[in-house]
Design a protein around this ligand. Structure first.
Ligand code: BGC
Length: 493
């Protein structure tokens, strides 16, 4: 398998820095005595996720899933139909492309599939970062940029990859935002998330937006499958392992999808699947019930471009964890002189502290927490002593622990709902939850907290059957596989 990347594969763990104004006040000089104890105690109390809280979240998730399946708009969870009736079988053959748009980068990928015998023969990808202004520009600008990147990548096709003559290149388009799917290859953007505010796309078919941009570029390619990244991850992971039933993304944003029985979807009217099953994209980022939220979460939410929306996402995903920590530290600096006389002015800049910084600080095992000190210095221009750094690490841990444990409760909620409908078919056998996203991949403590919560909720016996497994970059291959499975040429080459 050959893999080429034009930029480091930082994936969704690379978070945007938001250009906002830094308030112009200067802090009064304070005593360097640290008096943040009560603030820290309150933070830990407000963020606590003991078993009853986890259970409540899992139950509420399962109940919201049901309401969302009853009727569109029935709950916070949109429970979107993917129009995927058959999962990859392994028979898929040929050259297929995938285009993945979901965060601050987009990825293009080509895959040579060799069917049952040869599997995935080769893959090649490129990652391109999306300029900040395009995240706030017009739909045409964004899609033109993407189509042009895709075109350049397609031009470099060669070596192990060759297209059968007379055929159009087919794409699996992973679009990782809430889309009301209207067929396997079309869907209307409901709204942007993760800090995107592109005008003119919401309410439109995103495949049409891409097709129009490809036409403007003179590119002859065709979208054969439009998929969410969670759905692509499930399809990709299922290609290797038949026990995969759920996929979860924990990166810049978050989402989960799972395999549902058609007869358990009351809102389904006409669409019938030959397999009797389909993938449901829960859009669980919008979940909001029973979460232990703090004043920092509420203030952050109010300052986002989508206040009141994506509350679960804002509590557990990579785009927001660093920002919550920053808000807590700012308060501790202003009210508890956390950094003594050192001015925390720069710490007032929204999204200054990124989740990878928080992660790096938590990995610091030096006696004097050197890494913590230099991250605080380099990003926020504050000087800190060892006691202050210890408190900073505790704050990071508190926010990350809450995020990881709530994500674990969400997963149990999904499994619980599936088990209730199919007695024994989930907990009575090996069931795999495929995980992807930079937060999950790169943050060991987050992963551990998530797993702990699943084990606490299910108990040690049942949780032995539930395998939570990283499926790296499964969504790209998954999307290409789904393009193959839905190829306009059929897939018996
Ligand atoms: C989007 C989902 C996506 C998730 C992970 C969320 O903000 O609404 O569609 O799957 O991020 O990328």
């Amino acid at each position: 398998m050959s893999v080429a990347a034009t930029s480091p594969a930082v994936g969704s763990f690379c978070l945007p820095r938001f250009p906002r104004h830094t308030p112009r006040f200067r802090m009064a000089v304070r005593s360097s005595a640290i008096s943040v104890g009560p603030l820290l105690t309150k933070l830990k109390h407000d963020c606590a996720t003991p078993l009853p809280v986890l259970r409540h979240v899992a139950d509420a998730m399962a109940a919201d899933m049901r309401s969302g399946l009853e009727i569109d708009g029935g709950s916070d969870l949109k429970m979107i139909l993917s129009y995927i009736d058959s999962l990859p079988t392994g028979n898929e053959k040929g050259l297929f492309y995938a285009l993945d748009l979901g965060g601050t980068n987009f990825r293009v990928l080509r895959v040579h599939l060799g069917g049952k015998e040869d599997g995935v023969i080769a893959t090649e990808f490129e990652q391109v970062s999306i300029p900040q202004d395009l995240m706030f520009g017009t739909s045409e600008e964004l899609f033109d940029f993407i189509a042009s990147g895709l075109g350049k990548f397609a031009e470099r096709e060669g070596g192990k990859f060759s297209m059968q003559s007379g055929r159009k290149r087919e794409i699996g388009f992973t679009f990782s935002f809430p889309v009301r799917q209207t067929s396997i290859a079309s869907g209307i953007l409901i709204k942007w998330t993760k800090g995107f505010a592109v005008s003119g796309t919401a309410g439109r078919d995103v495949v049409a937006c891409l097709n129009e941009a490809m036409e403007r570029q003179g590119l002859e390619m065709q979208v054969s499958a439009l998929v969410n990244d969670a759905v692509g991850t499930l399809a990709g992971a299922r290609y290797w392992d038949d026990d995969v039933m759920v996929a979860v993304i924990l990166g810049t944003g978050t989402n989960a999808c799972y395999i549902e029985r058609m007869d358990a979807i009351p809102k389904l009217q006409s669409h019938v699947s030959s397999s009797g099953r389909t993938i449901i994209n829960t859009e669980w980022g919008a979940f909001s019930k029973g979460l232990p939220l703090t004043v920092f979460d509420r203030d952050m939410d109010a300052a986002t471009i989508n206040p009141g929306e994506q509350i679960f996402e804002k509590t557990i995903s990579g785009m927001y964890l660093g920002e919550i920590v920053r808000r807590v530290l700012l308060k501790m600096a202003e009210e508890g002189a956390l950094f003594g006389d050192s001015s925390p002015e720069k710490l007032s800049t929204p999204f200054l502290l990124r989740t990878p910084d928080v992660c790096a600080m938590q990995q610091d095992d030096s006696d004097d927490l050197k890494v913590v000190g230099s991250i605080l210095h380099d990003s926020a221009s504050v000087e800190s002593n060892v006691s202050a750094r210890k408190i900073v690490v505790e704050v990071c841990d508190t926010i990350v622990k809450r995020g990881g444990r709530l994500a674990g409760a969400g997963i149990v909620g999904i499994l619980q709902k599936m088990e209730e409908d199919s007695k024994g078919l989930v907990f009575g056998k090996r069931t795999v939850v495929a995980m992807d996203g930079g937060l999950y991949e790169h943050y060991p403590q987050y992963r551990r907290y998530l797993q702990d919560a699943v084990t606490e909720l299910l108990g040690s016996e049942l949780s032995k059957n539930v395998v939570i497994e990283h499926s790296k970059d499964g969504s790209g291959i998954g999307a290409a596989l789904l393009a193959a499975a839905n190829s306009m040429y059929g897939h018996d080459l």
